[in-house]
Design a protein around this ligand. Structure first.
Ligand SMILES: C[S@@+](CC[C@H](N)C(=O)[O-])C[C@H]1O[C@@H](n2cnc3c(N)ncnc32)[C@H](O)[C@@H]1O
Length: 821
């Protein structure tokens, strides 16, 4: 789920969390080999809608939809601009997504040129481009063009040392043209390079039989003799390797290399949870378990109802399984847009695609395309079941149309009419162009907005392969696809989630990250979490993006993290109290106003009553309000306990959140002056960040940043998140110049703050421990093994047996840790 882009620096193992996707209207896909198509002028279309109609639409509620969509439909039907736009979107002649023999031949020619110059990676690029646009049934020089392109690419791959990829491409060429002697020959070479000598010999024998030219036959014979000599030399007793490298075996090999599903048998971990969908008091439906759930249990697994790859990932990720593309991509058979990692994905995608790959599917925003896919799936399911394929109430999911922004309401109206007209080309009888159908699509778009999930992948932003791990590797979650999971949509959001969602291939997995008592609600995070942002930021984000006011426990209760996250330090030297800015103070004061007493929270999140009638949360860093007095959960004498006591040892808690006043001793602090001081310090920190990004670090930049963090420590509360971020920047800079002890100290300082903000078992801490362990390991410290075991336990909590698949670093670090012990 997308979540807002965190302000953490790129190397931080940052956690965007689970989130639902945002809308990205009007982003246009330009194909690499052709000029960008004319952009459908959505803004222009919106601008010609009469003002009164616009007003009506932007103020509409669900009940008004028939009337508003009828008026807009009527207006568009008489508007030439609208018809022109629909024509542009649907006309295969105008569209850029069609196959194109001339362009394919041109790209092939460029590939051949590069190949003959020995520039095999450019040749690979041009052949892949040509494959994408080559029509399936055309010939070039008496041979099938697609088969030729596969073969040419196979030769480039072979030259580059990608033998398995080369083998697969030869097999693909042979599927298209089985009597292609050269393809058998190159397949033999790939098999031979992979050590599959018997397969290589058998391929050469086939090639020899088919080849007609004398020179060709001679070349094959010479290769065959070489291989036969080699195999005679090998002992007869040698075990025969498994030579059956089929497309499927190739796929499995790739999955192993890419650390992706479905190669691992652990994927078949069983679901044993008995979950129920119940009605909650404040959040609509929600999921609960009828039994106690131990932490790390897999509680839900689901394939998407519909899913689409995001535009920016079209060149890098498979359009079906969403995994990273290998070098030997497989194009779509009907159009030039999607590419797949294998024939298997290509075939599977065929079942979920539109009847014909259409230009509009490449141009319209992902929400709209997803709505189109859902409509088509619905129509086809109904028709195949012999049911009248009338569209009504597609997907039993909630929607928040009434709470959408005026601009979004207008866009939903416009897009639903455009989508309807695009789909009518194929489904005119099921999709009448009327207000009922338009309202139905608006509802569908509203459901997608609230319920669709962002499918994410881990990205190593320093560009290194996961297994080439070193201390500066960074792990980041990036969104690659958007999908609707009907079951997954029933999990509500909490800023203190007790379950965690992640993806392997297209499959959604949800796992409990703590022990959850029977009957407690199971809630994941749609992005914001306690520790990541303060309460005001989280609520604003959820309201803007998903149009609901968060009613979770993290937002309803006081917690230490929210108070100190952006807090300032008290001016008294020995006071550990926190000073809040006006925005945070307002939100925290608000919580107290709405506090209805401890009983209102019964039954949530495993709260239990202890002897002196105080409510306890399972989250150790939570401070809670109970029985009319403020009391901290943490009674220990550590930092958290000290801060908590200072903050809450006051009687009149209802008025304690005065902005600019220390919550502990009441001293007033000049926040404006503090902000000015911070702005001065931030200049040097930014310079260091820029230097880190460029990889060139002068020591004076580190010295300046160290002075700046000292200044920050004077004005900001010791647990303010900004200090953790800057400590992290400095640690990275020290890493880059090889001063590992200093890097270690700053990395530890950063983690200490993050543990206070998130809790020590949070996945963010797991990500940070990757860095700590790697620094310690580079220094030969035995304690790296402790970091690793802590990290492994955190990752297991969030990913169970899938942790090693998602974080290949874990395997590396585990191996290194065992070598230290
Ligand atoms: C993906 S749906 C979750 C299932 C939904 N409750 C239902 O009845 O179908 C998201 C919607 O649930 C509600 N919701 C989820 N988490 C919430 C929270 N923490 N506070 C308030 N409403 C929430 C909001 O209406 C939100 O738009």
């Amino acid at each position: 789920m997308s979540g807002r882009r965190s302000h953490l620096p790129p190397w931080r193992g940052k956690w965007v969390g689970d989130g639902f996707v945002d809308l990205c209207f009007l982003t246009i896909f330009h194909k690499p080999h052709q000029k960008p198509n004319s952009v459908p002028s959505m803004e222009k279309l919106k601008s010609v809608i009469p003002e009164t109609l616009k007003q009506k639409i932007t103020k509409s509620a669900t009940d008004d939809l028939h009337s508003t969509s009828s008026s807009l439909l009527h207006f568009f039907q008489t508007l030439p601009l609208f018809h022109q736009m629909v024509r542009d979107l649907t006309d295969p002649e105008i569209a850029l997504c069609g196959k194109n023999k001339e362009a394919a031949l041109e790209a092939k020619g460029k590939g051949n040129e590069c190949f003959s110059k020995g520039d095999y990676s450019s040749a690979l690029h041009f052949y892949s481009q040509a494959l994408r646009i080559a029509p399936l049934d055309v010939e070039d020089k008496g041979k099938n063009l697609v088969a030729m392109l596969y073969l040419n690419r196979a030769s480039s791959l072979h030259k580059l040392g990608f033998f398995l990829e080369s083998l697969r491409d030869c097999s693909r060429a042979l599927i298209v043209s089985p009597a292609y002697a050269k393809a058998w020959f190159w397949r033999a070479k790939a098999n031979s390079s992979l050590g599959n000598h018997e397969d290589a010999i058998s391929d050469l024998n086939v090639s020899l039989k088919i080849e007609t030219s004398l020179s060709g036959k001679r070349q094959i014979e010479s290769e065959l003799n070489k291989l036969l000599d080699q195999s005679r030399l090998r002992s007869n007793a040698m075990e025969k390797p498994n030579n059956e490298i089929s497309e499927l075996a190739g796929l499995l090999f790739y999955c192993q290399r890419l650390q992706s599903w479905p190669c691992s048998s652990s994927v078949y971990e069983r679901l044993q949870m008995d979950l129920q969908c119940v009605s909650t008091t404040t959040k609509g439906r929600g999921m609960v378990s009828s039994t106690d759930i131990p932490l790390a249990s897999l509680i839900h697994k689901e394939d998407p109802y519909a899913a689409i790859l995001l535009k920016h990932c079209r060149e890098t990720h498979c359009a079906f399984c969403f995994n990273e593309l290998p070098a030997d991509t497989v194009p779509c058979v009907s159009c030039s847009i999607p590419v797949y990692c294998s024939l298997k994905c290509q075939v599977q995608a065929g079942g979920q695609d539109f009847p014909k790959c259409m230009h509009w599917a490449a141009v319209l925003p992902s929400d709209v395309v997803l709505a189109g896919r859902i409509l088509v799936k619905h129509i086809e399911q109904q028709s195949s079941g012999g049911v009248d394929p009338k569209i009504h109430g597609i997907l039993d999911l909630c929607q928040n149309y009434g709470q959408l922004s005026p601009e979004t309401k207008l866009e939903f109206h416009v897009y639903s009419i455009i989508l309807l007209h695009c789909l009518q080309q194929f489904y005119a009888s099921n999709l009448p162009s009327n207000s009922a159908m338009t309202s139905e699509i608006i509802m569908l778009l509203s459901k997608i907005r609230v319920n669709s999930m962002a499918v994410v992948r881990m990205k190593y932003s320093d560009g290194k392969q996961p297994l080439d791990y070193d201390v500066t590797s960074s792990v980041e979650q990036v969104q690659v696809a958007q999908a609707v999971y009907c079951g997954g949509s029933l999990f509500n959001h909490s800023c203190l989630p007790n379950v965690h969602a992640y993806f392997l291939s297209r499959t959604l997995f949800i796992r409990a990250t703590e022990n959850v008592a029977a009957g407690s609600e199971l809630e994941l995070s749609y992005g914001p979490q306690v520790g990541e942002w303060d309460c005001s930021e989280r609520r604003r984000f959820l309201e803007d993006r998903y149009s609901f006011i968060c009613q979770c426990s993290g937002c309803a209760q006081l917690n230490l993290s929210d108070l100190v996250h952006t807090g300032y330090r008290c001016i008294k030297p020995n006071c550990f109290g926190v000073v809040l800015n006006s925005c945070v103070a307002k939100y925290e004061q608000e919580k107290l106003k709405h506090f209805k007493g401890p009983n209102s929270l019964q039954g949530y999140y495993g709260i239990s009553k202890d002897d002196d009638s105080c409510e306890k949360f399972v989250h150790p860093h939570l401070i809670f309000v109970s029985c009319g007095i403020l009391k901290e959960y943490m009674v220990s004498d550590d930092n958290i306990g000290r801060v908590a006591r200072h903050i809450f040892e006051q009687t009149d808690y209802r008025h304690c959140f005065e902005p600019g006043c220390c919550l502990s001793c009441g001293s007033s602090c000049d926040i404006r002056a503090s902000q000015k001081t911070i702005a001065g310090a931030e200049i040097y920190i930014q310079r260091l960040q820029d230097a880190v990004a460029s990889g060139e670090i002068a020591t004076n930049l580190i010295t300046d940043a160290l002075k700046s963090i000292d200044i920050l420590r004077i004005v900001l509360h010791p647990f303010n998140k900004r200090i953790a971020e800057v400590e992290d920047n400095i640690a990275q800079a020290f890493c880059l110049i090889g001063e590992l002890q200093a890097a270690l100290d700053h990395c530890q300082a950063s983690i200490e703050i993050l543990e206070t903000l998130y809790g020590e078992n949070h996945i963010v801490i797991g990500n940070e421990l990757i860095k700590l362990a790697s620094i310690r390991h580079s220094m030969g410290h035995k304690s790296a093994a402790n970091d690793t075991s802590r990290m492994v336990s955190i990752f297991s909590r969030y990913y169970g047996s899938h942790a090693d698949i998602i974080f290949p670093h874990l395997r590396y670090l585990k191996r290194e840790a065992s070598s230290l012990v």
